[in-house]
Design a protein around this ligand. Sequence first.
Ligand code: NIG
Ligand code: FE
Length: 392
Amino acid sequence: MTKSLVVTGIGELTVNNPQAVDNESKPEPASNMAFAVQDGRIAWIGLSDEAPAADDVLDVAGRAVIPGFVDSHAHLVFAGDRAAEFAARMTGTPYSAGGIRTTVAATRAADDVQLRANVRRLVHEMARQGTTTVECKTGYGLTVDDELRALRIAKEECDAATFLGAHVVPAEYADRRAEYVDLVRGPMLDACAEYADYVDVFCERGAYDEAETRLILDAAKAHGIPVRLHANQLGHGPGVQLAVEYGAASADHCTYLEAADIDALAGSETVATLLPGVEFSTRSPYPDARSLLDAGASVAIATDCNPGSCYTSSMPFCIALAVREMRMSPGEALRAATLGGAQALRRTDIGHLSLGARADFAVLDAPSHLHLAYRPGVPLIHSVWKNGRKSV
Ligand code: NIG
Ligand code: FE
């Protein structure tokens, strides 16, 4: 048994009820809430003056407490950056999937120590901004050996590891696309399967078309590995429909949606994962979050932290964008960044602070969760706790 902890003095507590049907985080109505942690789990929730005795007491002096953010979409195993590409974009050059090849070259040239250090640096940066769970994709190796080492590093340093050998077609296969698809769904997936929590495909013009995506998703299915998809980021396309058809855990981006895509997501278990930092950093239109929410789709928000389309690691920044630019309420955005991310990773033990949940929470230097969007760009994370232990 580890030491028990009681958290008191909470100005506003957001628990997130995973059973609630609405898509909005609602803080507890009482202002003197407390909770107890035992063995890394939430063991009791109630009014402060009824709190059980514990080994340690944490008095947060009127601050708000929220579940830790679940960042369900990131690409952290890479070397170098593409700041010049960003600068060119801001003066008119459009984003294209081809830029990924620049990072592939830098990543292949880096050694394992450098790649691991980059992942650790970014995971720590995320933690300092309230994130307690990180999903990490491969996709900048694109050879059997480079994808395998990226996936092993992701698995060791992050909470979920996703195989994205089908990110772009690497330059050396430019005239032999079918051969590369066969490599991904054959030897590359065989080598990576043991470490892959998910298989992902960038289903997009300039990346993988519908037929290629199906081949790779079928191979994932044959290995029994759940799938997720990069879908409808750069234009309308088959990605979202494929994600739903294959029972994907999530369809990510969803920037360009038809009414039929919204209906398909709303009628499915597939979470629509919105990445507003990408629209910000590529100067693109924002997804129609309102229509998704109003139709009853499950929505998550994630950073997509990567050196190309969006180099933010900040979930609070993405929440602020979701509220300001996608017309989500602050409560909807908070839920999408916590419980929504957990659903996108098919995890029931995180994203909320109900009895039995993992004690992953953030203490805000603010009296209310509203400040996350109300005070954009301000460091509002006071401390972060993972499994009941202080991580930041
Ligand atoms: O999610 N869309 C594909 N992959 C990344 C971008 C990767 C890059 O530009 O390096 C994304 O946006
Ligand atoms: Fe991505």
